[in-house]
Design a protein around this ligand. Structure first.
Ligand code: SAM
Length: 234
């Protein structure tokens, strides 16, 4: 990885907002999921929560590579997701097309926040609505009742981004240094990362130039020299 690429990666990761997240409840169309993940990356979300009965990985396509930079936690049911999010001290907002829901612009997104988006056809479940702290709605003035879920996510997340920018929340690093380095290694040295995983080895440190700064024993365990590694990733 070149020093310039490492610098670019660092700039992005240093803006990650670890206390802002999205929860996708049964949102199942791959292009919608990918579009939401892409917006999450764009506003600096580090981790997206999903509630899917089966664990699927984020896909390429519409995500345009953003899926490699946004972590995922899947929950088997909404109760588990809520316990996790509330356990992290987050206010959980559920997007809900109801008359009693609050306009999404009237929320304080500088607080630790999780925003839940519901399934494309049926919306959020009653259980999700009951467990959430607050319903929010994007006002609709037209003939159609709702927006596409990825469009709704973009609107709410950019309001959160706007408020957090004003509050200076993108100026300090929130992501743990270890996690920054893990993401940089995973994406900057993809072949070595796979090899490292296959061998069950710890991820190596990365220096300020984006080079692997592992000790001799790590290279021995990897059974590869630094020169061979450079050739492999070139
Ligand atoms: N009939 C469903 C309902 O009543 O919820 C419509 C589902 S909508 C197409 C899919 C998801 O997009 C919703 O669960 C919500 O997350 C989001 N969404 C769409 N339009 C929205 C709006 N105007 N306000 C808030 N969320 C919206």
């Amino acid at each position: 990885m070149s020093p310039e690429r490492y610098q670019r990666i660092r700039e992005v990761l240093e803006k990650r907002q670890t206390d802002l997240t999205v929860c996708l409840e049964n949102v199942h169309k791959p292009h919608n999921v990918s579009a939401v993940v892409r917006t999450c990356d764009a506003v600096g979300i580090h981790r997206v929560h999903t509630v899917w009965e089966k664990q699927y990985q984020f896909r390429r396509g519409t995500a345009m590579g953003s899926q490699q930079w946004v972590r995922q936690t899947n929950h088997m049911n909404i109760a588990d997701a809520m316990t996790d999010l509330k356990g992290q001290g987050m206010q959980v907002l559920v997007t809900n097309l109801s008359e009693t829901a609050v306009d999404f612009r009237d929320i304080d997104y500088t607080k630790p926040t999780a925003i839940l988006f519901g399934q494309e056809k049926y919306g959020a479940t009653d259980e999700a609505k009951a467990l959430a702290d607050q319903d929010i709605v994007i006002p609709m003035m037209g003939m159609v009742q709702s927006l596409n879920v990825s469009v709704a996510a973009a609107l709410v997340l950019y309001e959160a981004q706007r408020q957090r920018t004003i509050a200076g929340m993108y100026s300090t690093q929130h992501l743990a240094e270890e996690e920054c380095q893990a993401l940089a290694f995973e994406n900057g040295y993809p072949r070595l990362f796979k090899l490292c995983q296959r061998k069950g080895l710890a991820l190596p440190p990365i220096n300020e130039l984006g080079e692997i700064a592992a000790d001799d024993s790590w290279w021995q365990d990897m059974q590869i020299t630094q020169a061979e590694a450079n050739a492999l990733e070139a």
